[in-house]
Design a protein around this ligand. Structure first.
Ligand code: NAD
Ligand code: IPM
Ligand code: MN
Length: 368
């Protein structure tokens, strides 16, 4: 049987730097565990725009559709800020998410014990934290019509539309309830039903799916602004959080700081199962291209490495191997290795992007 295929879209800025460390892991799995992937590379974002004038070519889109899983680094950068909206690097990523119909974006926020003192919050607030934000990823204000900048009278008006259908809400709610069943059986749904009709519908549909299909799960609802406050006040009250595209974007960056750094947060963007039973899937760190540190060997590769671990778990049923990677990350952090973003007053052993990747490989070797 052919090896499962992985399409790697490293993208821009620190994307290729952190992805280089994932490639080391992929080679390690083939050499040491006999787990081989058919890996190919392609361009996305600014890198694709520079070559072909579009942030994602139709050919790359077709390859992503055909792959067993896609790994993405990051897209964007100041060089591209002046471009027309339709060809901005971010549009390449949004097209992948939309056309692959990756509606459930799983953003776990786990605080590794070794980093509990490093979080901007107190140790006892974050130590042992393990929550899962499920962000709706293919609809809402990111994609609603009408949108654009128009002229009204003698001034310009910028318009975006928040739009959710019942089925879009129901399917992401199911993803959250299914995850909760494998975790602590608790889901908190966040919207702003106090001011938005789409929020009213969101709350109703999540409740209906719960009552009909998941009565065993403990469901609560919260306004998203309160949710942001509660995430910082007492994040361990949550298990699974389900929320819309925009609130999920903001709340997950907020959750990143509970773990110590945005450079720690992985994600899995999942769609419906394909013919082979695997979900359509793209794995991407939550962070962006970090132009301020790109090209300096400073980026933390852990978010991208943990995203690969999520691929092992969710696309390839290799939960044990995923846990092996997660434990290797835990081990190097416990040994005090720190990329610049993780370096606090308590110090540590400073390492570069590749130094962190190599240390994780050594910890993987030690796990055999
Ligand atoms: P960003 O996530 O790139 O960076 C925010 C801050 O976090 C920066 O100070 C950066 O240095 C730091 N940071 C991020 N990842 C890090 C890592 N792995 N290691 C160490 N430090 C890290 O967000 P931004 O600066 O608002 O956006 C920069 C560009 O990235 C924009 O073009 C934006 O649209 C794009 N972006 C892309 C994605 C994606 O590809 N999924 C996500 C977010 C932002
Ligand atoms: C993310 C990013 C993206 C988003 C951008 C780059 C399109 O911020 O993945 O969190 O807003 O979804
Ligand atoms: Mn974001």
């Amino acid at each position: 049987m052919a090896n499962p295929s992985l399409l790697i879209l490293a993208g821009d800025g620190i994307g290729p730097e952190v992805m280089a460390e994932v490639k080391k892991l992929i080679r390690w799995f083939e050499a040491k565990r006999g787990i081989a992937f058919d890996v190919s590379d392609d361009l996305v974002g600014g890198a694709a725009y520079d070559k072909s004038g579009t942030p994602l070519t139709d050919e790359t889109m077709a390859r992503a559709q055909a792959a067993d899983a896609v790994l993405l680094g990051a897209v964007g950068g100041p060089k591209y800020d002046v471009l027309d909206f339709s060809v901005k690097p971010e549009r390449g990523l949004l097209r992948l998410r939309k056309e692959m119909d990756l509606y459930a974006n799983l953003r776990p926020a786990q605080c590794f014990d070794a980093l509990a003192d490093f979080s901007s919050l107190k140790r006892d607030i974050v130590a042992g934290l393990d929550i899962m934000i499920v962000r709706e990823l293919t609809s809402g204000v990111y994609f609603g019509e009408p949108r654009g900048i128009f002229t009204e009278g003698n001034e310009r008006v910028g318009i975006n539309t928040q739009r959710y259908t019942e089925s879009e809400i129901a399917r992401v709610a199911r993803s959250a309830f299914e995850l909760a069943r494998k975790r602590n059986g608790k889901v908190c749904s966040m919207e702003k039903a106090n001011v938005m009709e789409s929020g009213v519908l969101w709350r109703q549909v999540v409740q209906e799916v719960h009552d009909k299909e998941y009565p065993d799960i403990q469901l609560s609802h919260m306004y998203a602004d309160n949710g942001a406050m509660q995430l910082v006040r007492a994040p361990k009250q949550f298990d699974v959080i389900v929320t819309d595209n925009l609130f999920g974007d903001v709340l997950s960056d907020c959750a990143a700081m509970l773990t110590g750094s945005l450079g720690m947060l992985p994600s899995a963007s999942l769609g419906a199962p394909m013919a082979n039973g695997r979900p359509k899937a793209l794995y991407e760190p939550v962070h962006g291209s970090a132009p301020d540190i790109a090209g300096q060997g400073k980026a933390n590769p852990i978010a991208c490495i943990l995203s690969f671990a999520m691929a092992l778990r969710y696309s390839f049923d290799l939960g044990v191997e995923a846990a092996r990677v997660e434990q290797a990350v835990e081990k190097v952090l416990a040994d005090g290795l720190r990329t610049a973003d993780l370096m606090g007053p308590e110090g540590g052993v400073p390492v570069s992007t590749s130094g962190m990747g190599d240390a994780i490989l050594a910890a993987l070797d030690a796990s055999l």
